[in-house]
Design a protein around this ligand. Sequence first.
Ligand SMILES: [Ca+2]
Length: 394
Amino acid sequence: MSLASRGYALNILSLGAFALVSGVCFAQEVQNQSWGHQAKFGIDAVKAWSIVKNKCQDSGVVVAVIDTGIDMNHPDLKNSLWVNQKELNGRAGIDDDGNGFIDDTNGWDFVTHTGKLVDTHGHGSHIAGIIGAKAGSSAGYNGVCPGVKIMSLRYYNEKASGLENLKNTVRAIEFAVKNGANIINYSGGGAEFSSAEMMALKTAEEKGILVVAAAGNERSNADVNLYFPAAYDLNNMLSVTAINQVGQVLPSSNWGVRKVQIAAPGNSILSTLPGGSYGYMTGTSQATAFVSGIAALMLSSKRGLSVADLKSKITASATKYSQLIGKTQFGAAANAYAAVESVTNAQKQIVLPAPSVQPASRSFAAASKNPASVGSKKLLKNKKKHNAKKGARN
Ligand SMILES: [Ca+2]
């Protein structure tokens, strides 16, 4: 099987053109447009935030976003960047922390080989925003875990071959593993198995890093038509498909009771875009980011949770919907509030001693292969490029 056919699985796609959110958006107004945050078929982030929202910023939790880069100057993203302190306080042009990358202050661009992060596509900024955007005091958009640290690692180059994008994916995974990521978000993939990619993810498993991966946007049964990396048989991976505002899997999304663990909002999802703007994208990419955000919320609430804890609590606390039976392993959609509550309840049990018992020990992608249209001419231009570029890894 040729790697060149490794499909641009990413997701991107959007079935309709949505206008960018224009002008200044007050935080609440933007949030009201984000159905994925709400209780009805969304993740109920608003309720989860009542428990844990303010812990995200300073929790020290790091989410590696392996994608198309990030607009590091976006007002809602600039305070959510992972910071490599030795590089920040070091000298320009010097690999101050000796990790093999010069001036990797907030992440790395494996396409341009610099630590100067950009996002000429839009997908990476959108994914980063869903996970960890932090609104200003009067305006902006909050991601699921506002202010959590995003380590932006760009692998995707629309002009490169699928094989090159896959190689950069492996490099990005290795960077995340070596530089302190707790969670890896990979909103992309392809049909070909890659032993190098699986080995990189195996090291992430050994280090206790959760990897959340898109089920893919191939309109396909992922149990039959495997989609990687989501399909690798590793204990640290969660595969996510996308649902719409009535809890149905999108026609564009892959499904499977073995290879797809959980569902999350993925239709017309609002988030941050380059240039300080906002807009909507659709696909399993966006659903994946919601689950990474939930994992970040849980870890921010309780540092030291194992990958097994994260996976079991995210899946066990998910909301079951009849329309998801036969579509995902658990027939359920992720619920941030229930997931966080399952963590904090456990804390309460530890804190409250039972009268006659010793306290517990204190251990504690697109309906097609189309890029998403986001209502911006520039981004729509990118979409055309993507469509023309079958075989690139998305
Ligand atoms: Ca360095």
